[in-house]
Design a binder for this molecule. Sequence first.
Ligand code: GTP
Length: 492
Amino acid sequence: MAFEGLTERLQKAMRNLRGKGKVSEADLRETMREIRLALLEADVNFTVVRNFVKRVQERSRGAEVLEGLNPAQQIVKIVNEELTKTMGEEAVPLNKSEKIPTVIMMAGLQGAGKTTTVGKLALKLKKEENARPLLIAADVYRPAAIDQLETVGKQIDVPVFQQGTDVNPVEIVRNGMAKAKEDHNDYVLIDTAGRLQIDEALMDELKNIKELTHPDEILLVVDAMTGQNAVNTAEGFNDALDITGVVLTKLDGDTRGGAALSIREVTQKPIKFVGQGEKMEALDVFHPDRMASRILGMGDILSLIEKTQNDYDEKQAKELAEKMQNNTFGFEDFLDQLEQIQKMGPLDEIMKMIPGMANNPALKNVNMDPKDLEHIKAIIYSMTYEERNNPDLLNPSRRRRISRGCGRPIQEVNRMIKQFNQMKDMMNKMSNGNMSGMEQMMGNMGMDGMPSMPGMGGGLGGKISQMAMKRMSRKISKKMNKNKRKRNKKRK
Ligand SMILES: Nc1nc2c(ncn2[C@@H]2O[C@H](COP(=O)(O)OP(=O)(O)OP(=O)(O)O)[C@@H](O)[C@H]2O)c(=O)[nH]1
């Protein structure tokens, strides 16, 4: 799971401050030492770590006294804000040309995910802007690369311009650009060659393509799993090409966090997108604040809502919310959800976006590996219609019948039903305004045991969660209104 170690270590560092009315200089030094080690272990660039810790330490010392926040809560808030700042404050949109086509040149080392990202970005533009992109295959050194781009193009139904491997790449790009003008494509995405390492010949070729096309974007694709190497690669490409942004791929893997946290500060270039899976849909805009929350294990509810909004219609979402609230969520709905979730990406990543779930031990028990999904479906298919809609009917003899029907062991049937009930219970609590998710988050952050706040469930931590909830609900309603406006506009 991405950032797992870092999240745990940062939470542990801040837990040391738990329950302290006043943070002594020694406490602060110890916490900063832990934070520094956590970041270094996550392969964050040394200078970035030094600057980060210095800023957090300075701000924590002179901790601006916020009404209602105790020192420990303030430090969590400072760490969150500084993590965000390190990654660039705000999401940076794609540069666009006033005249079509907008030219996006994609660069990166072999295997970083360049070709895949070209396809993902083209699909995103097509879906979100109704764009008509053209992809140009300019990697002539590996015939397989051209085939791969052709396959991607077919998959997303976007044309690919290619001239095989015998024509000079700059010439291919020149011809591809002419073709795009002729066909009035509004975007051109150029898939350039990759090498195992940065070399002069490659850089010269890329410079020539840059000179020819004056791209609006030069996006460097780097593999998040390679940590410091990704940062060094970004530095090298940036020196040669003056890139305009970075796409960080494979954030769905168990990357430690080094690349995400270092690239912006080292290169001064924004991370614009993140790749979070192999599927064509798995490309998301990079939001530094959401990534900071995710790293701190505070969840990323906004991205989760966006993901669901992309895949659900409003009616479905409303029905689901009602079912959660009335506790009438049954196995039929569960099947629907499983299929939706399968489309969104790996389940553990989705769950991590829910506040408090990142390091939740319960999550480790929610055993829904994609390969188990078919078994889960088989179990549900062996239930009668009544049983699916009223899981309380599932007594031992019915369970044995289901087990025989689907050919899965009874233990597995029992486990699945138990997990389903746990999930249902959690959904019901969260949707009925019982802030268990938020409480858990505060618990993880070492904020439990604080005096309880009137109007918020018992025994939870202080004002910061109230503030976070308010901010979050403001953001959510803003986002939903924006999406509504977009939809209305589309309808017109
Ligand atoms: N899990 C995961 N895999 C990814 C992601 N992006 C790309 N990949 C996979 O990484 C592998 C390499 O991706 P490519 O797109 O072929 O890489 P490339 O940079 O074009 O490589 P060359 O064509 O060899 O220069 C493929 O198996 C992709 O499916 C991602 O965000 N997550």
